[in-house]
Structures are given as structure tokens and as C-alpha cells.
Design a protein around this ligand. Structure first.
Ligand code: UD1
Ligand code: CA
Length: 460
């Protein structure tokens, strides 16, 4: 059966108290609506219709994609009215899955199960069903319909089974019943769930499936619920990692905001954040409080505490940090070491090379076995242009050197500590550019001199 998805996202989201449209608020660093789209796409629908209203342009700009059909609902007259706006673009022989843009944690398996049973409504049992539409069943447990909280009697409000809003319906039935939905109710809105009782009363059987996990159907109306959803997301990601063989010191203190692929026996300490696409090879160890974005860490490497790695590649058996910052374009070859308070950018660090303390290495290419002393700076920028520094194999740069690019140090070249190097250093040569030291014998400190002057004065 051909599937089309309609996502309702026209509401204002007043309770967020925000200038940002609600469905653009981030969950795990991506808009709520992006998560709904992810789940929807897993079902391989022919099209996804997104009904937008408030902030429609921003929503569209943020998430536009080829498989999306944007439907404008100028006035928010209710969920039934919203779905009706999308129907002209829906093939009459398809099955339609209706989702909400602010219900981001649904699993694709739950949605698949629902569409396989269309016409079907997804329900959930909640301890506190206040505010939700209640599910009404007959004595044989068959679905009768949904009554909104505001329209419900005391007796109906005692029901704890609620309408999640998610339903799968043949397009033919939507076309038949939606235009007949009225708005004579407490809110003066066109209610989508009214199509349930209409279909049932005309002899159709509509399934009502309970969600296994009430967390899945959680809707986001305010920032408290947004934080609760973030916690559910975090927990799910942590469970998936541990099941896959990753050791987490504390599963409540890891944030995966994207995809994290791990080899065997990876160890992750507390408070680490993973963003975008990150891969960790077998046996990688990540210390506490690290942030890793869009990077790959090779097998056996160790990232020590407080390190930040962004758009970089770290090969096998490297050591990074503590307190290291690898900026975009950093590539470490096997066994390289980056130590504390070192910043790198757009640089290749060759096999076994070391930058262990307090250095900045930018736009540089280091060969194998290079040693960069503490406090070394590549001066790669003149305010307009960026220039490259190339250091051959086995180069040794003494501490506190400034390497003014463009600069080339040949294989085995040596730069004396404290040098400001502006000219290339040939292979195996020593570059030294610092003032010669002179020692002044018997030098008196200003204090000693003052004391001496005083003594002389007394002698007069
Ligand atoms: C709706 C259901 C209720 C259910 C609850 C689950 C109806 C009438 N009620 O109530 O049974 O228990 O969801 O969370 O359907 N929207 C539009 N256009 C509109 C109105 C709404 O796009 O004209 C969108 C909203 O942006 C939101 C979704 O539809 O994403 C639900 O709307 P909302 O007003 O939150 O419905 P509820 O009153 O919560
Ligand atoms: Ca709602």
C-alpha cells in the first residue's frame, strides 16, 4: 500500500514563550520537526506533507527537502481543518499517516505497526491524562471515538487512555469524512478525531493500538517538556551504546546529538558531548568533559579530559589532551601526540610527531617524528592571507619559537629555542635567531644600588 505522511506543524506553540517556531526548538541539537521527519522517512512514504502556519517561512527554510510538500494553513481552525488542507495533494488510493511536528520521539516500528493496521489510532495510557482527548471504547473494547478534554463529562475524564493524535487512515476515508467534520464544540475547532466516531458509526472498524512506551508519544508544549524529552533521548542513546558494547561510566551523563559509531570496547567517561557524525575505533578511551564534533578517532587512541575536537581525524594510537583543541582540518597520523593547551587547525601532524605543550599549530604540515617544543606558535596569518608552514621528518623545534609562515624546515632541521624564524631552514641545519647572551659581572639590583647610595650619604 502506498503511504503518504501528513505532519501538522501550524500551531504557534504559545507556551514555549519564544520567537522561534515551536517545531524548530532543538532536541539533541536538531529541530523537533527533523526528528519527526526522520521517523517518517524510515517508512519510505511517497511524500511527506507538512502543514505550516505560524513562522512558516522559517520552518521551511530550516528543513526544506525534495520529498517535502509544504501546505499553508493560514488560520489554525483545528487539526481536522489542518489535515483537510493537505488532502488535495494526496493520492486517493494511498494510506495516510498523520503525525504532529511536536511529538518527536515516536519510533518507526510503532508507526509501521499502526499503518499496517489502518484505519488505526495510536493511544497511550497516562497517569495524568489531563488536557488530552480521551479514548472511548464499547463493552467489547472496540473504539467508539475520542472526546476532547474540554468537551468531556466527568465520567469520560476519568478515562486514562488518551488520543496521541497519531493515526493511519486510508485517504479515501479521510476524503469522505473530513469535509463533514463540524466545529460545534467547546473550542469551536474542526477536530480531526471526529472522523473516528463518524467512521465507526457508519460501520467501519477502526483499530486503537496502545503505545508500549508512553515516552514515545510525549508532546512538547513548553520548555519543561522539552527538557524531559531531551532526557528520554539521552537515555535511549546511552542504552543503545551500552547494548552495542560501549562502557559508559554514567549513562545519565552523556549527550549524543547526532550519530556515534563505536568499535569494540570503547570507554567513555562522564559529561562527554558528541555532535554530528562521530566514529570511535576499537579500544578508544574518552576522558571526562570532552566535546567531539564530526570527527573520527582511530583504534586505541586516548582523548584525555577537557578536550575539544571538531571536524578532525585522529588515527590509531594517538594521545590528545588533556585540554587540547583540535579545530577543523586537523589530521593526526598514527601515534601522534597533542598535549595540554595545544590548539591545532588545518594541519597534518605526521606519524609519531609530538606537540605536547602550549602551542598553536595552524596551516601546517608536519612530517614523521617531529618534536615541537612548548610555547611554539605558527604565525600563519598576516591579517589578510594565510600561509603554510612545512616541517620535514625528524624536525625539532625548540621551545618558545615563532615560525613565521610561509616557512619550510627541511628533514632533520633544528630550530633553537626562542627563535623567531622568518627564513627557510635547510635539511639538517640549525636555525637560530635570537640575541646573543651577555653576562654582566657584579651587577647590582636597583635595591642594592639604593642601599649603597644611602650608605655613602651617611659616610659624608
Ligand atoms: C490534540 C487532539 C487530542 C490529543 C492531543 C495529543 C484534536 C482536536 N485534539 O489536542 O485529542 O489528545 O492532540 O497531543 O485533534 N495544528 C495545526 N493546525 C491547527 C491546529 C493544530 O497544524 O489548526 C497542529 C499543532 O501545531 C500541533 C498539533 O496540530 O502540532 C496538535 O494541535 P494542538 O492544538 O496542540 O492539539 P491539542 O489541543 O493538544
Ligand atoms: Ca498539543
Amino acid at each position: 500500500m502506498k503511504l503518504e505522511v501528513i505532519i501538522l506543524a501550524a500551531g504557534q506553540g504559545t507556551r514555549m514563550r519564544s520567537d522561534l517556531p515551536k517545531v524548530l526548538h532543538p532536541l539533541a541539537n536538531r529541530p523537533l520537526l527533523a526528528h519527526v521527519l526522520d521517523s517518517a522517512r524510515k517508512l519510505l512514504p511517497v511524500r511527506i506533507h507538512v502543514v505550516v502556519g505560524h513562522g512558516s517561512e522559517r520552518v521551511r527554510d530550516a528543513l526544506d527537502a525534495k520529498d517535502l510538500v509544504w501546505v499553508m494553513q493560514e488560520e489554525q481552525l483545528g487539526t481536522g481543518h489542518a489535515v483537510l488542507q493537505a488532502m488535495p495533494g494526496v493520492d486517493a488510493d494511498s494510506t495516510v499517516l498523520v503525525l504532529y511536528g511536536d511529538v518527536p520521539l515516536l519510533r518507526a516500528t510503532t508507526l509501521q505497526d499502526l499503518t499496517d493496521n489502518a484505519p488505526a489510532l495510536l493511544t497511550a495510557d497516562l497517569d495524568d491524562p489531563d488536557g488530552y482527548g480521551r479514548v472511548l471504547r464499547d463493552s467489547g473494547d472496540q473504539l467508539l471515538g475520542v472526546v476532547e478534554h474540554k468537551d468531556a463529562s466527568e465520567e469520560q475524564r476519568a478515562v486514562t487512555e488518551i488520543n496521541t493524535g497519531v493515526l493511519a487512515y486510508p485517504a479515501a476515508l479521510l476524503n469522505e469524512y473530513l469535509p463533514r467534520v463540524g466545529n460545534a464544540n467547546a473550542q469551536g475547532e474542526y477536530y480531526l478525531p471526529d472522523i473516528l466516531s463518524m467512521a465507526v458509526s457508519e460501520g467501519h472498524c477502526v483499530a486503537a493500538l496502545r503505545a508500549n512506551d508512553a515516552n514515545e508519544v510525549m508532546g512538547i508544549n513548553d520548555r519543561v517538556q522539552l527538557a524531559e524529552a531531551e532526557a528520554v533521548y539521552r537515555h535511549r542513546a546511552a542504552i543503545d551504546l551500552m547494548i552495542a558494547g560501549v562502557s559508559l561510566v554514567d549513562p545519565t551523563r552523556i549527550d549524543v546529538r547526532g550519530s556515534l559509531e563505536c568499535g569494540r570496547d570503547v570507554f567513555i567517561d562522564v559529561n562527554c558531548v558528541f555532535e554530528g557524525e562521530v566514529t570511535l575505533g576499537a579500544g578508544v578511551r574518552i576522558g571526562p568533559n570532552c566535546v567531539l564534533s564530526n570527527c573520527a578517532i582511530g583504534a586505541g587512541s586516548e582523548i584525555h579530559a577537557m578536550s575539544h575536537i571538531d571536524e578532525s581525524e585522529v588515527a590509531a594510537e594517538c594521545s590528545v589532551g588533556p585540554y587540547a583543541r583540535l579545530r577543523p582540518g586537523t589530521v593526526l597520523a598514527k601515534g601522534a601526540r597533542i598535549g595540554n593547551f595545544v590548539e591545532t587547525k588545518k594541519s597534518k601532524i605526521g606519524e609519531g610527531s609530538k606537540v605536547n605543550h602550549l602551542s598553536y599549530v595552524g596551516d601546517a604540515e608536519l612530517g614523521a617524528g617531529v618534536n615541537i617544543g612548548a610555547g611554539t606558535i605558527t604565525c600563519n596569518y598576516d591579517g589578510v592571507n594565510k600561509y603554510k608552514t612545512a616541517l620535514g621528518d625528524g624536525v625539532f623545534i625548540g621551545s618558545n619559537s615563532t615560525l613565521v609562515a610561509p616557512l619550510d624546515v627541511g628533514d632533520g632541521g633544528f630550530v633553537a629555542a626562542g627563535s623567531t624564524v622568518t627564513r627557510d631552514v635547510p635539511q639538517s641545519a640549525l636555525g637560530v635567531s635570537r640575541a646573543k647572551q651577555r653576562n654582566i659581572d657584579g651587577w647590582l639590583t636597583p635595591k642594592q644600588r639604593a642601599e649603597e647610595a644611602e650608605n655613602e650619604g651617611r659616610g659624608d
